[in-house]
Structure formats: C-alpha cells, structure tokens
Design a binder for this molecule. Structure first.
Ligand SMILES: N[C@@H](CCC(=O)N[C@@H](CS)C(=O)NCC(=O)O)C(=O)O
Length: 153
C-alpha cells in the first residue's frame, strides 16, 4: 500500500486507492488532455475534482502540489525509483506518462523529437491562445471595456 501522506493535497482529497495514479483535475481543455492520455495508455487512476467555484485550486493543500494554482496535477505513487512523484503542467505530465509506459512517444530519435515539437507547439502556442480567448471573450465578468465599446457600435 502506497503512503501518500507526505502530500498535503491528499488531506483535502483523500486517496481511496493510493496505489493508483492520483489525478487532480476538472474537464477543461488542459484537464482533459491528461484524462485522454490516461484512458489511451490504460493506466489505472483515481480522479479528484478540483472545483473552481470553490477556488479549490488556490487552497494551501492544492498549492503544495502546484504552486501555480492550476489544474491538472498528478501524484504517481510509483514514480522513479518506486517513490511517489507529484507533477503539474499538462505537457510535463503527458511526457512523463509516455516515458513511463512507452506509449504515444516513439522510441525512434527523430520521430520522438518531432512528437515533442508538436507537444511544445500545443503548450506554448495553441493552448495559451485559446485560454486567452476564453478569458477575455467568453467570460462576461472579465470582458474588456474596449470590446464592450466596439460591440455597441
Ligand atoms: N500551462 C498549464 C495551464 C493550466 C491551466 O491554465 N489550467 C486552468 C484550467 S484549463 C486552471 O487551472 N485555471 C484555474 C485558475 O487559473 O484559477 C498546463 O498546461 O497545465
């Protein structure tokens, strides 16, 4: 039985199956990336809902796992050397899971680099652009005065 008690996040979200990978997430674009990966590679996991309506992601327990206060984050009870490992940042998690299982990341050096290239393109380009679009356009409370003004014209 894995001991995850060193991770404060497990006090707020207790692990029912501590031997399984623990996922702290919500079905947002960054959140589902890890869920899809876990389903694809078939690794058993336990999911914990981080509720933005309750600002769960800003609680001390969650911040101890990800100081940036954003989902997704994981704890792998079976990390390198058999020790538990906490990780955040969806791209880092995807690459870790691919390395761990040998799935979805080619062993061939050139194809491996190309796959990581597309991962970085998603992480540094597409993801943040869509994130900002959602933040500035879709959220009425956060709509900028400039876009309000231009839409009234
Ligand atoms: N670069 C990070 C971005 C994570 C991110 O932006 N997560 C959003 C949901 S998609 C979040 O947790 N937002 C909550 C907040 O900012 O308070 C990653 O890829 O993991």
């Amino acid at each position: 039985m894995s001991d995850l008690s060193a991770f404060p996040v497990t006090r707020r979200w207790p692990a029912e199956h501590p031997d399984r990978l623990q996922l702290y997430s919500l079905p947002t674009p960054n959140g589902v990336k890890v869920s899809i990966m876990l389903e694809e590679i078939g690794l058993p996991y336990e999911v914990h809902l981080v509720d933005f309506d309750k600002d769960d992601q800003k609680t001390p327990e969650f911040l101890a796992l990800n100081p940036n206060g954003k989902i997704p984050a994981i704890i792998d009870p079976n990390g390198p050397g058999g020790k538990p490992l906490g990780l955040f940042e969806s791209g880092a998690i995807l690459q870790y899971l691919a390395d761990k299982t040998g799935k979805l990341l080619p062993a061939d050096a050139a194809r491996r680099r190309q796959t990581i290239q597309w991962l970085h393109f998603q992480m540094g380009g597409v993801g943040p652009m869509f994130g900002q679009l959602g933040f500035f356009i879709n959220s009425p409370a956060r709509r900028s005065p400039i876009s309000d003004h231009s839409s009234a014209m």
